[in-house]
Design a protein around this ligand. Structure first.
Ligand code: NDP
Length: 792
């Protein structure tokens, strides 16, 4: 029998290796040694570290470790290059991006091969998924370049952007970062991951050949230290990072208070939820894509399989059967399903997690698929009998390991799915679309796929909730990350308001002033401060104005708890929320004279100007009420058979520290959008002028605002800022005050990676462009991208 006849009989796959001579020739043309790509030129190569093919152990090239000086020179090139780039019209920039897209298609084969050799991912994936998505990203953003000014009005580019990317999708992550940055008018310095720098270097060469002006895109290779120099560089205005949550935290801390914009795309532990009425065969295939795509080294991998109890057993049987057909081997072989793990260090980490899973009592099953004798491979692995508290159910393993848990009701499925510090993605499988959409709406995740998994498109945003980071990549949300809105003034613009009453904390509550002490407002109830301390307020002439409570750590905890429980506000329809905000505005209007007197009496408004501020505040509240049911997300027509809803959702519990300037107007300008979008708020009024806030909660009490929606704590802003910034039940914090508060706020926010907005309070709050508008609403929401199938 001939070989061919034998293959027909056994139906075994024959070897189908991809030809790699073009890739080898490109490496050889550089003598397998690379410098950095700065200002359209190669720096002299140094053999500081090497990059290897994880499938074979073969060294592919040596690379240079970017020093501080080299980062300086790349940033300086980007600054100059950026000026020229911005001098081009949107149309001209679009033409450049379009040329890049065309060149990626032209060089797609060599890009795919280099990617597979350097990373170990199957050529089937790099050729058919990664590189086409890279090209699509550049095409899509080529289209945005001429539209930026009209579609993202009142905004400017950041300038030089520093980008740090991981090794799991080297070129795709580059495209996700570089394409929107350039389309939005920025120039770029990018550091690829140490394990996988080659495709970025090849891309730089291709971009140069495609005529991208020198300095627009600069690539500096190196390890975490190089990344650290880059993000900390004083001329970088925006940092974009994808990688581990741990490094994301480090970066957040290291650039705190610098005024740099930051987006973080971090880890995940995404649930893959299968209901009893799902199409089981499709769901099994879905699991294969969810966790064994790219050897499970995917931030949004469906690594927690949640099965409805009735189908758990047969589902696992079918899954095991399917797993035994997964082919692991040479990633350059076109018939291979799973390639190599990127590095022995990563493989060891995976193996350690698997041992932990066994030791904690879960059952481990591995498919008996043959592994190559050498190289860095790991078999597809399935755990059953996993408890929610097990390490393998909580930690991101970043390898081909699936943890299975069971649930009974759909409420239980939601609770299990949300039982994670991450919130990147989720997959819901059911033939009952009503139920699937209900579950999707309750999942705390930035991307939800219904009856699908791992779908991406340049036109749709991608990014997480909670410790999966913040900011979106793709779509218009992703573009906004590369523009600075005019309403986002740097916090260091703040100057101190000189005149006005000084306040000072008193040690204890003097009994004779009991009646005049404004209390805190927590859970809809006026509450005395926990410590019993008060703060005395005097006007500019030193005359007593009154006293407010001095809130402490315990008061903050109570307020956050009240806000956390105040879910009624978030569950109300936008129309109902608008009615309450209108009602607050109307009730404020009734008390115009009283508030005007307060503003003038405390010296924050000049004589005769208090009424103007009250009227402006009422006007602002009406505007925010109007936005309640009008700030909506786009609907994307993505890949065939899918429609994607980009839903702006409330972030959850927000803390807002208000500035001194125009204390009533600024407070309502900040509180309004947060409430309009469905958040519950812990409000820290201006330390200098807190009495407008304590007057205001009396208005809330007559305006049908549900308990817990707004909680007011007066006292020392630095003290309250510290507690709120480090509180893990606060999801976002706006610190509209001075620079030192901003720095501490950002530094302390890393525990639960809360979203921070540290911006200047010293602005013209009367100007509608600076005191209201879409930037405030964007900051008060996070977008969930919901992928819905249609058709048979
Ligand atoms: P890291 O987060 O360490 O690396 C991501 C990028 O950041 C790399 O380019 C890295 O450089 C760089 N970097 C590291 N430290 C710093 C720093 N202090 N300042 C600036 N840049 C820095 O991920 P790893 O590659 O080390 O992988 C570790 C774990 O992270 C994985 O096991 C996985 O769990 C998770 N991970 C998650 C990803 C995701 O998309 N969610 C992607 C990759 C990893 P260098 O390559 O030289 O280390």
């Amino acid at each position: 029998m001939t070989d061919l006849e034998q293959l027909f009989t056994t139906m075994e796959y024959g070897p189908a290796p991809e030809e790699k001579s073009t890739a080898a020739a490109w490496l050889a043309s550089h003598q397998n040694a690379f410098g950095h790509f700065i200002n359209g030129q190669w720096s002299d190569p140094r053999a500081d570290f090497s990059t290897t093919n994880p499938a074979t152990g073969e060294q592919l090239a040596t690379l240079s470790q970017g020093s501080k000086e080299e980062i300086d020179s790349a940033v300086s090139a980007a600054r100059k290059g950026g000026e020229q780039w911005r001098a081009l019209s949107g149309h001209q920039r679009g033409r450049h991006l379009y040329a890049l897209a065309r060149h990626i298609q032209k060089f797609s084969r060599i890009l795919a091969i280099i990617e597979t050799m350097d990373n170990g991912k199957p050529i089937r994936e790099s050729r058919d998924i990664d590189i086409p998505l890279v090209a699509r990203h550049f095409y899509h953003h080529a289209g945005w370049a001429p539209l930026i000014e009209s579609e993202l009005p009142h905004s400017t580019p950041h300038g030089v952007v520093g980008q740090v990317i991981p090794w799991n999708f080297p070129l795709l992550m580059l495209a996700w970062k570089v394409a929107p940055a350039l389309a939005a008018g920025n120039s770029v310095v990018l550091k690829p991951a140490e394990y996988t720098s080659l495709s970025a270097l090849l891309f730089a060469e291709i971009a140069h050949r495609a005529g991208l002006p020198p300095g627009t895109l600069n690539i500096v290779t190196g390890d975490g230290a190089t990344g650290c120099h880059l993000v900390k560089h004083s001329e970088i205005s925006k940092v974009a990072f994808t990688g581990s949550t741990e490094v994301g935290r480090e970066i957040r801390k290291s650039i705190a208070g610098s005024g740099k914009a930051l987006t973080l795309e971090l880890g995940g532990k995404s649930p893959f939820i299968v209901f009893a009425d799902a199409d089981i065969d499709s769901a099994v295939e879905g699991v294969v894509d969810a966790i064994w795509f790219n050897q499970g080294q995917v931030c949004c991998a469906g690594s927690r399989l949640l099965l409805q109890e009735g189908i758990a057993e047969p589902f696992i049987d079918r899954l095991k059967e399917r797993m035994s057909h997964i082919r692991v081997g040479d990633p350059l072989d076109k018939a291979i399903d799973m390639g190599a793990i990127v590095d022995p260090v990563q493989r060891q980490q995976i193996a350690d997690y698997v041992e932990t899973g066994k030791a904690e009592g879960a059952s481990c099953w591995q498919a008996e698929c043959p592994l190559p004798e050498s190289g860095c491979f790991y078999p597809p692995t399935l755990f059953t009998g996993v408890e929610p508290a097990h390490t393998i159910a909580q930690e991101e393993i970043f390898g081909p390991v699936l943890a299975t848990l069971n649930f009974r009701t759909h409420d239980e499925a939601v609770a299990l799915a949300n039982n994670s510090r991450y919130g990147l993605a989720a997959s819901v499988w059911s033939e009952n679309i009503n139920m699937a959409l209900d579950v999707a709406s309750r999942l705390e995740a930035g991307v939800v796929w219904i009856n699908a998994t791992n779908l991406f498109d340049a036109g749709c945003g991608f990014g997480g909730y909670h410790e999966s980071g913040y900011g979106r990549e793709g779509g218009i949300e992703g573009l906004w990350a590369y523009r600075r809105s005019h309403a986002d003034l740097p916090a260091d613009l703040v100057t101190t308001v000189e005149e006005g009453p000084q306040s000072s904390p008193l040690d204890s509550l003097p009994t004779e002033t009991l009646d005049r002490t404004a209390k805190l407002y927590i859970g809809g109830v006026q509450t005395r401060p926990d410590g019993g301390h008060v703060r005395r307020l005097v006007d500019s002439r030193g005359q007593p104005l009154g006293e407010v409570g001095e809130g402490n750590r315990k008061d903050v905890r109570n307020a956050v708890e009240a806000a956390r429980n105040g879910t009624k506000w978030s569950l109300m329809s936008p129309h109902q929320r608008a009615q309450v905000l209108y009602f607050i505005a109307e009730n404020l209007e009734v008390r115009t004279d009283e508030f005007a007197k307060r503003l003038e009496g405390q010296g924050s408004a000049a004589a005769g100007e208090g009424t103007i501020e009250v009227h402006a505040a009422i006007d602002r509240l009406f505007t925010q009420a109007a936005w309640c049911d009008k700030f909506e997300g786009p609907i994307h027509h993505s890949t065939v058979g899918r429609i994607v809803f980009a839903l702006p959702e409330p972030i959850g519990v927000m803390a807002i520290l208000c500035p001194d300037r125009n204390p009533l107007l600024s407070m309502l300008s900040l509180l309004g959008p947060a409430l309009a979008m469905g958040n519950r708020v812990v409000l820290i009024p201006s330390e200098r002028y807190p009495l407008v806030a304590t007057d205001l909660y009396q208005v809330f009490e007559t305006s049908d605002l549900p308990a817990g929606s707004v909680n007011v704590i007066t006292g020392s802003q630095p003290t309250l800022n510290r507690v709120l910034s480090s509180h893990d039940d606060v999801d976002a914090i706006w610190c509209v005050g001075n620079r030192s508060l901003a720095k501490e706020c950002e530094q302390l926010s890393v525990g639960n990676l809360k979203q921070t907005w540290t911006t200047a309070g010293e602005r013209d709050w009367f100007d509608p462009e600076l005191g209201s508008g879409r930037e405030f609403l964007r900051r008060a929401t996070q977008v969930k991208n919901l992928w819905i199938p249609f058709g048979e």
